[in-house]
Design a protein around this ligand. Structure first.
Ligand code: NAP
Length: 245
């Protein structure tokens, strides 16, 4: 992809063990970026530096950032990608445990990782937060995930205000339907329900979201791509998807 040369930059990618995070870590490496990937399933990480990370746990997050920055020798890019939804049902079927997990990963975890990484940026930084179309337009039976992704977008813009004047760009990437393990996690391992999400519609592939992230990262240094919203062609919102048959 033409644009700013990322060779030699140093990146942290959270949730790099699967889906969008794994594709992003690979695309960054292809662009000459040194990548430290983090996730709980450390055995699934394929990045040059692979470290255990649970973004919901302060000690794990602190340990991860310290080790990653030490091994990278600094930090230029943070991709706050780790996230999940749990359940797809009207809100009165929600549970204390699922609510706590969804907010802990998507919101508190992302905020924590940003706070821990910020002191390590030098004179060239870029933070990419993984939002969702769910964070822009509510859809039915997704209340906690929708709220969490609205919070992510609010945080991104608040951070943009607080970082204004510092050499750190910030972008939220807000995808629609992407074919990953997201639905398998959302439906707690129910493969039938998970595969139905992608039936009869051509979903976005994880490397196509990685391309969007690379686009933002490679713009000329004076350009800040605030947000990228990308949906499947046959999708107009999180809740409206046209399917064949
Ligand atoms: P995925 O394939 O299930 O990947 C999710 C990643 O998040 C995994 O690597 C997982 O790693 C990591 N993760 C979950 N909990 C974590 C924790 N406590 N600590 C550290 N890492 C954790 O799903 P995906 O679609 O690629 O999701 C990536 C991001 O894209 C999420 O923020 C999601 O909300 C967003 N998104 C997805 C879609 C979609 O349609 N797929 C659409 C819009 C936005 P471990 O389980 O190994 O820890």
């Amino acid at each position: 992809m033409a644009g700013l040369d990322l060779t030699g930059k140093r990146a942290i990618v959270t949730g790099a063990s699967s889906g969008i995070g794994r594709a992003t870590a690979a695309a960054l490496a292809d662009a000459g970026v040194r990548v430290a990937g983090g996730a709980r399933r450390v055995g699934r990480l394929e990045s040059e530096i692979a470290l255990e990370l649970d973004v919901t746990a302060p000690a794990s997050s602190e340990r991860f950032v310290a080790k990653a920055v030490e091994q990278l020798g600094g930090l230029d890019i943070l991709v706050n990608n780790a996230g999940l939804a749990l359940g797809r049902a009207p809100f009165d079927e929600s549970s204390e445990e699922d609510e706590a997990t969804v907010f802990a990963v998507n919101v508190t975890g992302l905020v924590r990782m940003t706070r821990l990484c910020l002191p390590h940026f030098g004179d060239w930084g870029h933070i990419v937060n993984m939002g969702s179309v769910a964070g822009r337009q509510a859809y039915e039976s997704g209340a906690t995930y929708v709220s969490a992704k609205f919070a992510e977008r609010g945080f991104t813009y608040a951070l943009r205000e607080d970082l204004l004047g510092r050499p750190i760009r910030i972008t939220t990437v807000d995808p629609g339907l992407v074919e990953t393990d997201f639905s398998l996690v959302r439906f707690k391992g129910d493969e039938e329900k998970a595969s139905a999400v992608y039936r009869g519609v051509e979903a976005i592939q994880p490397d196509e979201i990685a391309d969007c992230i690379l686009f933002a990262l490679t713009r000329p240094w004076h350009v800040n791509v605030d947000e990228i919203v990308v949906k499947a062609r046959n999708q107009s919102s999180g809740g409206r998807i046209l399917r064949d048959g």
